[in-house]
Write a protein that binds this ligand. Structure first.
Ligand code: ATP
Ligand code: MG
Length: 434
């Protein structure tokens, strides 16, 4: 991609209303634009990151045996009246009337709709277990939208729902998602701590929030200090193992959200009291919705029973902010490779200098043909401003071509994550950009 042809509206001034660093950096690097309180457009650079995060989530959810689908953002109020939540949900639900004066709403979550899909299609225990998920926009009319996309009103969520024949099987489904979530956050380069949590308006008997420790986080959390240096080592775990044992291992170290914290359960000297960002939340609620809405299956003994359910959320758009909160410096964002909007940037500091143009073009073409997604700064901005913009947008590798080194057929490769700079010849390109 040639920067001269790309839409990357870099903002020079720090936006005044942005209180946290991720919000400031997302605005400045042209990733998002605010349209109304808590409502944002995702500009090309931001959308690329959102899609990368989504594809990591999809890959890992599919590995766990879940199936992706897509439900509408607009729902009929009738389903919510059946579950009893139409009145309970309160002012966070955006309620709309259509032209026929029918009550509809912009979905804040989808337990009712998925239960309706299930009851219309699944009749027997033979179709279970079943786990369906989607990545779809949600709307919650938050009282205080803030921190940019981290607490938006419209936000992107991965929401999944499990269906099982009995409580034991549905705990197995819960454990699978517990492990899948640890794998996802690990792939995103984050350490998310599973903490005992309150179930809130979703309801149910068992729940964990996945929290990234950060001073700017909205949630007050309590955990064992050992979590800070724990190597989660989750990649190798297979979904076919006895997951209860593994989940027990992770939950044996104390970690609880504010609502669930019980000081009697942890030694004062081991306790870390800090703040965090909730990036995921899983719930086991059994038959709460299936009973209210008549989602039943025939069991092997011929009896008809409400199906056991759980639901599993990840804040996809919030994750973009959470990753920036945990990976940045004064100059800008430092994207982990897995989610960076581009793999590598080529910066030609002397556009029009024949030698520089030749080297930069050759590097650009070589990287592209080796499968890299490359952003090529071919603009006429000053060298200082080009380098500052590159540090701001945070692509992990910068290949910098300048007239002085170009005379010797050399150029610089800067690793944005480590800050390391190497002066290299053309042959060494792919050694450094991996
Ligand atoms: P919170 O406590 O932050 O309000 P929640 O518990 O109401 O979140 P869930 O219903 O558990 O949210 O939703 C699943 C995930 O969606 C959350 O873990 C969070 O990452 C994300 N999320 C929830 N509300 C928002 C929001 N207003 N903006 C961005 N992401 C959100
Ligand atoms: Mg939650």
């Amino acid at each position: 991609m040639f920067l001269s042809k790309y839409f990357l509206p870099i903002v020079k001034n720090t936006p005044k209303d942005a209180q946290v660093v991720s919000h400031r950096l997302m605005i400045r690097s042209g990733m998002i634009k605010q349209d109304a309180a808590g409502i944002y457009s995702w500009l090309p650079l931001g959308l690329k990151v959102l899609k990368k995060i989504s594809s990591i989530i999809i890959e890992e959810q599919d590995n766990s045996g879940a199936h992706e689908m897509l439900m509408p953002t607009i729902q009929s109020a009738d389903l919510w009246k059946e579950s009893g939540r139409y009145d309970d949900y309160g002012l966070e639900m955006l309620r709309i009337k259509d032209r026929h004066e029918r009550d509809i709403l912009f979905g804040p979550t989808n337990e009712e709709m998925i239960t309706d899909i299930f009851r219309a299609n699944v009749k027997s225990y033979r179709s279970l277990p079943l786990n369906l998920y989607q990545i779809q926009w949600k709307f919650r009319d938050e009282i205080r939208p803030r921190f940019g996309i981290m607490r938006g009103r419209e936000f992107l969520m991965k929401d999944g729902y499990s269906f099982d024949v009995d409580k034991e099987k549905s705990f197995e489904a819960y454990n699978k998602m517990f492990i899948s979530y640890l794998k996802i956050f690990n792939k995103l380069g984050l350490t998310a701590i599973p903490m005992q949590a309150d179930t809130g308006p979703i309801g149910g008997d068992k729940s964990h929030e996945f929290i990234i420790l950060a001073e700017t986080g909205e949630s007050k959390v309590f955990c064992d200090k050992k979590w800070k240096n724990l190597d989660i080592n989750i990649e190798k775990i297979s979904y076919d193992e006895n997951l209860q044992k593994i989940v027990d291992k992770y939950t044996s170290l104390y970690a609880a959200t504010d609502e669930k914290h019980d000081p009697s359960l942890i030694n004062k000297n081991d306790l870390l009291e800090t703040r965090g960002i909730e990036v995921g939340h899983i719930f086991h609620f059994g038959t709460k919705y299936s009973e209210a809405m008549g989602a039943k299956v025939v069991l092997p003994d011929g009896n008809l029973k409400p199906v056991f359910m759980g639901s599993y959320g990840i804040g996809v758009s919030r994750l973009v902010g959470a990753i920036i909160e945990s990976s940045h410096d004064e100059a800008g964002i430092k994207w982990p490779k897995e989610v960076s909007p581009f793999d590598v940037a080529v910066v030609n500091l002397s556009v029009g200098n024949e030698k520089c143009d030749n080297i930069a073009n050759k590097i650009y073409n070589t990287l592209k043909s080796s499968g890299k997604d490359v952003l090529y700064d071919d603009t006429n901005e000053s060298a200082g401003s080009k380098l500052a913009s590159m540090d701001l947008i945070g692509i992990p590798y910068q290949v910098i071509v300048g007239s002085r080194l170009a005379k010797e057929d050399k150029y610089e490769i800067k690793n944005r994550l480590t800050g390391e700079i190497n002066i290299v010849s053309f042959e060494q390109l792919l050694e450094f950009v991996v």
